[in-house]
Design a protein around this ligand. Structure first.
Ligand code: SF4
Length: 514
């Protein structure tokens, strides 16, 4: 769709009437053409916004001043609507996006993420939670009149009661809510709502109930609207999931959507900046100090069993590559560990060495494989019996996780904080809390998206602000000689958004289980 004459189109096109209000229920999908590049930018920006909401919801009290200030600032940075009092103007502003553009971006990006996040129960739950929090923030920001406008636009027939009825019910209304006094009753609107639409308020006895209707003060109407929004979104995601096969048959969209649902928004750790900075002798000590729990448990299992099944080799092998192990080091590392177990040197060279060279882009299609992000670890290929890969915060039984954390000397108070986050399905935040507890810092100061990011941040903290620490220089030298410095650094930046899933599958096929 061209927006060269937006004012005219805004008036004549019912699609754009959607943007007449700062908030919407996303009842109608966008009908215009969206370019692939816009599609991707919108989706990634919304994902950033939703991740910010998740982080803020854990760090601050929702709707507190700091929470709303930070959320407003992020919305502004990402060009999403953030000031409901702004009157829509489809003329091009002097600089930045117009309010029309922001609302359009909000609308389209919501629907793109619906496609990406309808695929599994976990994804749906996460998406609904963040969208509901975003909606709550925006709804609370509306003026009283804008709230009423919004309700009427969306056919929520919650009528306000008249002055006469208010006077008759005065005592009941005052006694039913902390926020209402005899003085304020006169000044504010009360909505008469069927009780089944306000079960939360009825359950917590926050409203006056009479003859099947509850009387809700203006400030509490958000609870009802949020329930409605949540129900609509949940149904919409179930419907979207049903039509997903049709969308997935589009070869341009399918990889993009898969990548989005596994996406993290951050650095590309396939670029090996630190090749040669890590020695094999350092790995044991680094695993205790700077590895996140997922790779710490993989390392421990490898040392104990002298073997890892293919899911573990993939996850751990790519992580080690990401922290700076060269191909020669990786071959030496895996070989020396495997031959301590049931695999002899000959079998290792025949069966496993090829796949390690492949991981480094030296065999097959010579692709530079990317270490797994948290989202990928959390959402795909859940471990089964005998596997050690996955994210312990997501995939371990809470009791087992508790034991692991106790074993790693996390304090009882820290363990309950982590388990509370896990219970709320904030796995990456639980991991971030683990980082803070094991690094004696109150605020990690970063938003965790990737195991390799965890490692780098840990090294930064332990190194007093510097990057990777060179610990044992003497131990370093033999590998320095053999490491092909910079060879992998020349590897192409993974412009691999669209082919990531395909690449991983291809690599997977080279890792046959022993
Ligand atoms: Fe690893 Fe990420 Fe899980 Fe932490 S949250 S354990 S870094 S996958």
């Amino acid at each position: 769709m061209q927006f060269t004459n937006r004012r005219r189109k805004f008036i004549s096109n019912p699609q754009t009437e959607l943007y007449g209000h700062a908030l919407q229920f996303y009842g109608q999908p966008p009908l215009e053409n969206v370019s692939l590049s816009e599609f991707e930018v919108f989706a990634v920006d919304r994902l950033k916004l939703l991740k910010t909401i998740e982080n803020l919801g854990v760090s601050y009290v929702k709707q507190s001043e700091q929470y709303t200030r930070k959320l407003e600032s992020e919305s502004k940075n990402l060009s999403f609507p953030y000031r409901p009092e702004v009157v829509i103007d489809d003329r091009k502003p002097q600089s930045g996006a117009s309010e029309f553009d922001k609302r359009r971006k909000d609308h389209i990006s919501h629907f793109i993420l619906r496609l990406a996040y309808c695929q599994t129960e976990d994804l749906r739950r996460w998406f609904i939670q963040q969208e509901v929090d975003l909606f709550r923030y925006r709804f609370n920001d509306l003026t009283s009149k804008q709230k009423s406008d919004f309700l009427h636009r969306n056919n929520l027939q919650y009528d306000t009661i008249g002055d006469e009825e208010k006077k008759t019910l005065l005592d009941k209304l005052v006694n039913s809510s902390y926020a209402v006094s005899a003085i304020t009753v006169e000044e504010q609107d009360f909505y008469k709502v069927p009780f089944q639409d306000a079960l939360d308020l009825v359950r917590t006895r926050k409203v006056y109930l009479k003859a099947g209707y509850v009387y809700i003060p203006h400030q509490d109407i958000v609870t009802i609207v949020l329930n409605d929004f949540r129900t609509r979104l949940s149904k919409a995601l179930a419907l979207t999931a049903r039509s997903l096969p049709a969308v997935q048959s589009d070869e341009r969209l399918q990889p993009l959507l898969t990548h989005l649902s596994h996406a993290y928004v951050g650095q590309d750790y396939s670029i090996q900046k630190n090749v040669g900075k890590i020695s094999l002798e350092q790995i044991d000590s680094l695993s205790g100090k700077s590895f996140p729990l997922c790779t710490r448990q993989l390392h421990q299992s490898l040392r104990e069993n002298h073997h890892l099944r293919h899911g573990g080799r993939m996850q751990y092998g790519l992580f080690l590559k990401g922290i700076g192990l060269s191909l020669e080091q990786a071959l030496q590392f895996w070989r020396s560990e495997f031959i301590r177990g049931k695999v002899d040197a000959d079998k290792f060279d025949k069966q496993y060495a090829y796949s390690i060279r492949h991981m480094f882009g030296k065999e097959g299609k010579r692709t530079d494989y990317t270490p797994y992000s948290c989202m990928k670890v959390i959402l795909s290929n859940a471990p089964s019996q005998g596997d050690h890969h996955g994210c312990p915060f997501r995939h371990s039984d809470p009791e087992l996780l508790k034991q692991k954390l106790q074993f790693y000397k996390v304090s009882p108070m820290g363990i309950s904080q982590i388990l509370e986050l896990v219970k709320g399905m904030h796995y990456q935040l639980a991991c971030q809390k683990y980082f803070e507890l094991t690094h004696n810092t109150e605020d990690a100061g970063f938003s965790l998206n990737h195991p390799n990011q965890y490692f780098l941040e840990s090294q930064r903290v332990l190194g007093g602000g510097k990057d990777i620490k060179r610990e044992a220089d003497s131990a370093q030298k033999p590998q320095d000689n053999s490491a092909p410095r910079g060879s992998s650094a020349a590897a192409p930046v993974a412009a691999a958004d669209a082919s990531l899933a395909e690449m991983t599958e291809e690599l997977d096929s080279f890792f046959q289980d022993a």
